[in-house]
Design a protein around this ligand. Structure first.
Ligand code: GLU
Length: 308
């Protein structure tokens, strides 16, 4: 028998949700619910500088308004530091981590851009420090902690994007699991949480496609099962820029003032290839006809008049 599907939304409460976040959330919900699966909500509020509780409460209200429900009580990452600390020490105990004293400027100087996302590929310079050098630097600043990565390909097949692979050493470099201010990195937290919540399916924006090999590697090291992945198209403005919190006219405040939940879902469903017109529809009704084959792979340019 197939394992029951467990999907999740994992928003970061760093501002009001916008159309792009809602598009990913709708597809995550449809994928899980159309398979009769469970849907979980996790608030990714690890970064105290960027995240606010009011934004989290607001995004729950926005999801409910559209008709995207979830099972059980939401998980707040800010309350789960002990779990990340535990995974971190397991890796540290195996000698897989090392302290990195590079400043931001040094990190940028020590790197080439990542093939897909432009993030810096770290050259591993702090992995070559001697214990004496580490001691000197420790007196000057608190280090971040990096995971050593292997020189091998990590491959998987994405439900939406198809085959994807990356050599972690070449394409990403040793990556940070704990920041110098002590905050655990997204890559570690997401892997621990998905595994401990029994998530079988991760649906999220394709900006995170290139994070997945890092997450697969961490799952391997920590002995966690690998979920299935679907990285959905990003929504772009006509100029080709990714929609973001800066596009205030497409944030949920503005959208809720203009549309009913069904009208907005109808427009999103058309962008997602699930219907040919903008006809109003509920997420529940769409779940009856959802299939990944209908969803486009390439990013989608949103014409402002569709949501104006
Ligand atoms: N919290 C991340 C975001 O809002 C998503 C993380 C994930 O889905 O793995 O971009």
């Amino acid at each position: 028998m197939d394992t029951p599907v467990v999907g999740r939304f994992a928003p970061s409460p760093s501002g009001r949700m916008h159309l792009g976040n809602l598009f990913s959330a709708l597809l995550a919900w449809l994928s899980a619910r159309s398979a009769g699966g469970r849907m979980l909500l996790r608030i990714e509020d690890l970064d105290p500088d960027r995240c606010r509780r009011e934004f989290a409460l607001q995004l729950m209200d926005d999801l409910r308004w559209l008709g995207l429900d979830w099972d059980g009580t939401p998980v707040w990452q800010s309350e789960r530091t002990a779990l990340y600390a535990d995974a971190f020490s397991r890796l540290e105990g195996r000698g897989l981590l090392y302290p990195c004293f590079c400043t931001r400027a040094q990190r940028l100087a020590a790197s080439a851009p990542h093939r897909d996302n432009g993030e810096p590929v770290y050259d591993g310079r702090c992995s070559r420090l001697s214990p004496a050098e580490q001691e000197v630097l420790s007196a000057l600043r608190r280090p971040a902690w990096r995971l050593r990565v292997p020189d091998r390909e990590i491959a998987f097949t994405d439900l939406c994007r198809g085959p994807y692979q990356e050599n972690l050493l070449r394409d990403c470099g040793d990556f940070i699991l704990r920041r110098s201010d002590g905050v655990y990195a997204y890559q570690l937290a997401v892997v621990v949480d998905d595994a401990l919540s029994g998530v079988t399916e991760v649906v999220r924006g394709s900006d995170l496609l290139s994070s997945t090999p890092r997450q697969r590697y961490l799952q391997e090291l920590l002995g966690f099962p690998a979920p299935r992945y679907a990285h959905v198209p990003l929504l772009l403005s006509p100029g080709g820029r990714r929609l973001s919190k800066r596009d205030g006219d497409l944030d949920m405040g503005a959208l809720r003032a203009r549309f009913s939940p069904e009208e907005l879902t109808g427009r999103l469903a058309r962008l997602a290839g699930l219907q040919e017109t903008n006809a109003p529809v509920s997420p529940r009704a769409l779940a009856g006809r959802f299939s990944w084959e209908m969803v486009p792979r390439a990013d989608i340019v949103v014409q402002p008049e569709t949501f104006g």
